[in-house]
Design a protein around this ligand. Sequence first.
Ligand SMILES: NC(=O)c1ccc[n+]([C@@H]2O[C@H](COP(=O)([O-])OP(=O)(O)OC[C@H]3O[C@@H](n4cnc5c(N)ncnc54)[C@H](O)[C@@H]3O)[C@@H](O)[C@H]2O)c1
Length: 367
Amino acid sequence: MTIGILGIGKLGLCFGLNLERAGYTVVGVDISESYVKQLNDKSFCSYEPQVNEWLQHARHLTVHTQIDQVLIEPISLTFVMVATPSLPDGGYDHSQIERVVEQLIVFGHTVQRVDLVIGCTVMPGYCDTLQERLAPFNYQVSYNPEFIAQGSIIHDQLYPDQILIGEADAAIGDALEAIYRNMCKSDFTVCRMNRISAEIAKLATNCFLTTKISFANSVGDLATTAGADAEKILEAIGADSRIGSKYLKYGFGFGGPCFPRDNRALNLFARNSGYNLLISEATDNVNRQHLQFQYEQYMKDYKPDEVIVFDEVVYKPGTVILEEAQPLELAKRLVKSGRKVLIKEKVAIIEELTKQYGSLFQYELKS
Ligand SMILES: NC(=O)c1ccc[n+]([C@@H]2O[C@H](COP(=O)([O-])OP(=O)(O)OC[C@H]3O[C@@H](n4cnc5c(N)ncnc54)[C@H](O)[C@@H]3O)[C@@H](O)[C@H]2O)c1
């Protein structure tokens, strides 16, 4: 079976490699010519574990720059995995998907019906609008987001807890379920529903996780203020099987490319729907309150001339992502208050920090 992937970036490439290893022929499309060349001649180098090695061995993965090169092949199932950056109002920018849709419309009515499966994070309701626009051209639109974290994308795709499918009809739901049963190695739950329910479920899952992280940090800050043991308290709470210990640690607030964005997007969708989703606002406020609490603790705990050492400032250890990274936010606040901060990081991160902040921090290469 041949599967198409439109937008074969961080998520799409890992998905394509996993599919290829599961026995599918994968045909990708990406607008970046130099990137496509690197993928095809296998010179592309990724920070994601396993990607470089698997790319070397991929025999049934080809990538093109033109969408029609994929549409002329006998492909009935095509995933869309282009980027959806955040807009200033907290919503998702669908313009890259729109460009794909425009190209499909220009290509015209397809002979055989094509199932488009949107894997991007989108605002709830968006896939229903796509279905309406693309139905006259013989496309059917489903929604199938991924719950993965950068730094472990291949692994997370292979070992999911749940597969979320917003299906256009039962046949495509069955087809997607069969693909995941073939590809994944975990005993996952398949959650099938209509498109808008799946779009809300994707954002709400991350809203729940941000809530859990904010809860843990609030209880931790309270414990610290009261002179109690934050770790012991959270361990006790997490031991309750109704709650669980995952994401219930006292540490930095949530950050990175997914959690804060999904939390804000869900809030915007709720407001636009006429519902005030207080929980996502509270979660965001707690994240800010916790950063301020940490800042005050550091200012108290370190003498003014003491060098404060940060072992990694990325949003999650092991990644190279600085987007809304809370350790970096804290380090910035401390230097702005005149404190000396030494950051121990990987070479790529030091280069990026130097580009963005010059000599604001002291740097040391992490071994
Ligand atoms: N990366 C993550 O951690 C993560 C996690 C969960 C969900 N997501 C979602 O997955 C989607 C993809 O994210 P990503 O991180 O892989 O993005 P990315 O920027 O790494 O990849 C997107 C790719 O699409 C290509 N592209 C753009 N326009 C195109 C077009 N018209 N035709 C063909 N290719 C085109 C780009 O060149 C790029 O290679 C986003 O909606 C994102 O929110 C990402």
